[in-house]
Design a protein around this ligand. Structure first.
Ligand code: DGL
Length: 271
């Protein structure tokens, strides 16, 4: 048994979309979440810059005695997974691309046309294509599309409205038509917040989300190491490098709780 918290991080609110899945699957586990809201989005920055930021966050989480680091961000998983594992060899580090790719490999066939939507950095890394091809027994039809405007709009809370619908159509209408896409992989942990829009705009398309799959991977890794938590009075703690009103609103929206029920703190790591 190990009652230390699990450390989660993302560039912003996106990584929070994995938390309800984790709470449902492993209700005893407690988390420390860090959102780098002051420096979001990561998805259009250089891999070197992202590496510097994520090492700072890794140090912060390890200093807070986490038992595991979960990179709740595809962009960081695509560029910094090995680097973080090397920097923190005593702490297991899990990314989101491998668990999501496993679901694609296990549920899709060569009859499917699979669209992977993600940030610019994730798309150009080809991390999804490489990982899915490694895990799949047959050659799958994979097409990727970077959608860089999604994350800034989501961070602003512009989701359930016409501006977001137009932005989705701008990126995806032609992409879906051209490749006859029937499956969309949400290769960014912010994108599950667009699930309702996507289902409304493209009702025939199956959606696979990275936020859901990471909870299953965490369970597997904790079981392997005999590290499940037992019942405790520990609280979940949320940190952001910019504690904007919008961050607080988003965290409440995603976790479905009032502000006073959540332990939300400011933490600047850029010093
Ligand atoms: N949630 C991050 C991801 O999964 C967002 C990246 C960004 O900050 O652009 O890629």
């Amino acid at each position: 048994m190990d009652n230390r918290p699990i450390g989660f991080f993302d560039s912003g609110v996106g990584g929070l979309t994995s938390i309800p899945h984790l709470m449902h699957l492993l209700p005893n586990e407690k988390i420390i979440f860090f959102a780098d809201t002051a420096r979001t989005p990561y998805g259009s920055k250089s891999p070197d810059t992202i590496k510097t930021f994520t090492r700072q966050i890794g140090s912060f989480l390890v200093k807070n005695n986490v038992k595991m680091i979960v990179i709740a961000c595809n962009t960081v998983s695509a560029t910094c997974l090995d680097d973080l594992r090397e920097a923190f060899p005593d702490t297991p580090v899990i990314g989101v691309i491998s668990p999501t790719s496993k679901v694609v490999a296990n549920t899709c066939t060569s009859q499917d046309n699979i669209g992977i939507i993600a940030t610019k950095v994730t798309t150009s890394s080809k991390a999804y294509e490489k990982t899915i091809n490694r895990k799949s027994s047959e050659r799958l039809n994979l097409f990727s599309k970077a959608c860089p405007a999604f994350v800034p709009l989501i961070e602003e809370g512009i989701i359930d409205n016409e501006i977001m619908d137009l932005t989705i159509k701008y990126y995806l209408d032609d992409f879906i038509k051209e490749h006859d896409i029937n499956t969309l992989v949400l290769g960014c942990t912010h994108y599950p917040l667009l699930t309702k829009n996507l289902k409304r705009l493209y009702p025939h398309i199956k959606v696979i989300s990275s936020s859901q799959e990471v909870a299953v991977a965490i369970k597997y890794e904790l079981a392997k190491r005999d590290m499940f938590a037992g019942p405790s009075d520990l609280e979940n703690v949320f940190y952001a490098s910019d504690l904007s009103e919008n961050f607080v609103n988003m965290i409440q929206l995603i976790l479905g709780k009032d502000e006073h029920e959540l332990n939300i703190n400011f933490k600047n790591l850029d010093i």
